[in-house]
Design a binder for this molecule. Structure first.
Ligand SMILES: [Mg+2]
Length: 282
């Protein structure tokens, strides 16, 4: 598949299409063998810790408070993440609201989606350290390896730099690691080569002694996340959790801050609800 897209490029739509096929083939193989997907991959943990992810910049303070406190106090998440960067002047206030909503013990992450320049990002990091933000995701563009590497050295010691969601090709992750541009790698089965790609990134994390975090789509990642030795957590992303629950039976539920694969079901354990999806057909 990789060879067949050489002329149109390996990134973007081609990478997501290849990822979808790879995920489907692993699922079919497990279903034909009548075993759970993780049975093919090798179980190293029986549950996957979650971090609640949302806190969109369009939210009011009250909406964000209610979302974040639900994840921590109802779902048991040990960490939450909010978006920053669209209005950097307002971000210290929003982060302070988030810290108050989740209490002193939960971890607090921020994600700028590459919206800032180097000096903006450094300034914001220093301000957010007061509320003990421990993860700064894509402070500058993920294409700016020099900026990421410089920022990683300049961030407060309590704050890790997370990157990887826009890594689509087999060279992207080694480039991030050898450029010393990342503390925690994020990988996404729907973008970087499916289950096969995720296993490759997990092996790279082992080789470089770096933690791995699964990005988006928790139901798609659950089994391979149970097979990745250095996996730290799975993103419990607001929109994807909602969509998965709308369209599939068998999706994982957050219990005590974790999701657990149902080992009694073959494959990924999901059933697509065709009737519920029909209204979205185009
Ligand atoms: Mg992100």
């Amino acid at each position: 598949m990789q060879r067949s897209v050489r002329n149109i490029g390996h990134s973007g739509a081609a990478a997501t299409a290849i990822s979808a096929i790879d995920c489907a083939l692993w699922n079919v193989k497990a279903r034909l063998l009548d075993i759970p997907l993780v049975g093919l991959l090798g179980l190293v943990r029986d549950r996957v810790p979650l971090y609640g992810s949302g806190g969109f910049t369009t939210y009011t303070d009250d909406t964000m408070r209610s979302q974040l406190s639900h994840w921590v106090y109802e779902d048991g998440c040990r960490w939450v993440k909010i978006k920053v960067g669209s209005d950097p002047a307002r971000d210290p206030h929003r982060v302070h609201v988030a810290r108050e909503a989740i209490g002193e013990d939960a971890g607090l992450f921020v994600d700028a989606n590459g919206a800032l320049d180097f000096k903006q990002a450094l300034n914001l990091a220093q301000l957010l350290a007061e509320d003990r933000v421990t993860w700064f995701e894509e402070p500058v563009s993920s294409d700016d390896l020099i900026g990421l590497a410089s920022l990683r050295n300049a961030l407060p010691a309590c704050m890790k730099l997370a990157v990887g969601e826009y890594s689509y090709t087999p060279d992207d992750f080694p480039m991030l690691l050898t450029s010393k541009a990342v503390d925690i790698l994020q990988a996404d089965v729907t973008r970087f080569g499916g289950i096969t790609g995720f296993l490759r990134v997990a092996a790279l994390c082992d080789a470089f002694h770096r933690p791995l975090s699964a990005h988006y789509a928790p139901a798609m990642h659950l089994h391979v996340a149970c097979a990745a030795p250095r996996l730290r957590h799975q993103e419990w992303f607001h929109d994807h959790v909602r969509i998965e629950q709308m369209l599939f039976n068998g999706v994982p539920q957050a219990v005590d801050g974790c999701i657990v694969p149902d080992l009694s079901r073959p494959g990924r354990g999901l059933d697509f609800r065709y009737a519920d999806a029909q209204r979205y057909a185009i």
